[in-house]
Design a protein. Structure first.
Length: 392
């Protein structure tokens, strides 16, 4: 039954007589306020879609009788609480609660949904914790927590051995990742990894076991990494499916000399694979990463390593004085440098594809020397070098 975008206020009690009804789509029925208890009599129902029924405040407890239900979508509704009977939906595979902004908690009995594969809680902004029982959902493959205000994740989340996607973008209240997160060896999409302070949270080295991460990865709280070797053990360079990497230090005021050297060692240990976008924020070291310089050990990483890098965004580097010897980046199109109060000089290249160079709040910058085109060796046609240099 498809009644999308209708002006329905309620459904008749006789709806329960549709014994063979399998699909019920009432999405975008913006005036629908309640459902009849007789919905529980539709025992063949396998899919219910109530997304964007923005006046809907509750589900009837009788929904627990729909034991053949596989898909339940109730995103963008005013539902504040799930019925206690939801634990009887033992065939449920997908539970979509996106943008249920009134939902303050999930029942602990959700652990009984043993066939659940997808749990979407994106933008459930009143949720501050998840029941520990979620760790028992052994078939769960997708857990979407984007834009939630969770303070921590369940301790046993590492037990979700079939989890492929763990979305954590813009979970700004999260204090760290639980220990054992590295057991999620099948994880392909993580979004963000939060390095917490203290033994309670996972160390950054647990990223090593999550080898299949693709697309984007943001690592926050890097100031809590206490050993450069721990950063190296994260093995970022081996995550060859990674396309975009964002490294963030969240505390960069009053950094002492010892901590500056520690941050340098940590950044050196977080060498990425051949990514397309690199963003680094809040780094307090006095020198840039060795893996982005030509002058280390008689030669840098060169074209082979970062041949597809298109965007580099570096911001809030309070102690960096020289950004020199940047490697050959043949595909670099955009270079952004922001809020570097100590930076005095920049040099590097060639950057033959560069179309955007943005520099802001660099009060001490005196010299910029960049090679725009690759220098040809003797005997190659078109030899020469096109350099962009300027003193201020």
């Amino acid at each position: 039954m498809h009644l999308t975008c209708s002006d329905l206020l309620e459904l008749p009690k006789s709806i329960g007589k549709l014994q063979k009804l399998r699909t019920w789509n009432l999405s975008h029925c913006g005036n629908l306020k309640c459902l009849s208890d007789s919905i529980g009599d539709c025992n063949m129902l396998s899919s219910i879609d109530l997304c964007y029924c923005m006046e809907l405040t509750a589900l009837p407890n009788s929904i627990g009788r729909n034991e053949n239900l596989r898909v339940l979508r109730i995103g963008y509704t005013k539902i504040e609480k799930l019925p206690s009977s939801i634990n009887t939906l033992r065939n449920l595979e997908c539970l979509d609660l996106e943008s249920c902004r009134g939902l303050a908690e999930l029942p602990g009995s959700i652990s009984n949904l043993h066939k659940l594969q997808v749990l979407n809680l994106e933008s459930c902004t009143r949720l501050v914790e998840l029941p520990e029982g979620i760790s028992n959902l052994q078939k769960l493959q997708v857990l979407n927590l984007n834009f939630c205000r969770l303070k921590e994740l369940p301790e046993g989340i590492g037990n979700l051995e079939n989890l492929h996607v763990l979305n954590l973008k813009w979970c700004q209240k999260l204090g760290g990742m639980p220990r054992g997160i590295g057991q999620l060896s099948r994880l392909q999409k993580l979004g963000q990894f939060f390095v917490g302070e203290g033994e309670k949270f996972a160390r950054i080295s647990e990223l090593a076991n999550i080898g299949g991460i693709s697309e984007d990865l943001i690592i926050r709280g890097i100031e809590h990494v206490m050993e450069p070797n721990d950063a190296q053990k994260a093995c970022l360079k081996q995550k060859t499916n990674l396309q975009r990497l964002n490294l963030e230090w969240n505390r960069y005021d009053d950094v002492g000399e010892a901590n500056t050297e520690l941050q340098q060692g940590v950044l050196d240990g977080l060498e990425p694979p051949g990514i397309k976008v690199l963003e680094i924020h809040g780094y307090s070291g006095t020198r840039y990463a060795w893996w982005m310089q030509n002058e280390v050990g008689g030669g840098g990483q060169g074209i082979a390593h970062f041949s597809f890098l298109r965007v580099v965004n570096l911001s809030t580097f309070p102690n960096l004085k020289r950004l020199c010897g940047l490697v050959d980046l043949p595909c670099l199109e955009e270079l952004v440098l922001y809020n570097m109060p100590s930076l005095e000089s920049i040099s590097g290249g060639p950057f033959p594809s560069l179309v955007k160079l943005e520099m802001e709040n660099l009060p001490c910058l005196g010299e910029v020397w960049m090679v725009a085109e690759r220098t040809m060796s003797d005997g190659e046609e078109g030899g020469g070098c096109n350099c962009l240099g300027q003193e201020f």
